[in-house]
Design a protein around this ligand. Structure first.
Ligand SMILES: [Mg+2]
Length: 118
């Protein structure tokens, strides 16, 4: 599968990319929601992994933009969140997030959350 990893932390993007590539997937990266929307115009993406707290355009704003754009509205999104983001988690769910992966996570937990949620 082709993944889009959206996170402002380069370390987090690196961890996610290594895990997914190790499992045979391809990964493109974006540093925030705005960059992700740009990337989606050209890249072939099957699934999005989305951070919440990011500059420029955060995860919630990205989910709203995704919902209003028919060309990307059906792409599955998994939110990578920290424990203290319960209210944002509820909002992300109401905006169509497919699932949540709590940071920090083990590589196996990431892969199994994705495969069970799609
Ligand atoms: Mg962040």
């Amino acid at each position: 599968m082709n993944f889009l990893s959206v996170d402002d932390s380069s370390t987090m993007r690196k961890i996610i990319s290594l895990a997914l590539k190790g499992a045979g997937h391809t990964v493109v990266e974006a540093e925030n929601g705005k960059q992700a929307l740009e990337t989606l115009k050209t890249a072939k993406v099957d699934c999005i992994l989305l951070d919440i707290n990011m500059p420029e355009m955060n995860g919630i704003e990205f989910l709203k933009a995704r919902k209003s754009d028919p060309s990307i509205a059906s792409l599955p999104v998994f939110v990578l969140t920290t424990q203290d983001e319960e209210s944002l988690k509820a909002e992300a769910m109401s905006l169509g997030a497919k699932g949540f992966i709590v940071k920090p996570f083990q590589k196996e937990a990431l892969l199994s959350a994705i495969s069970s949620g799609i």
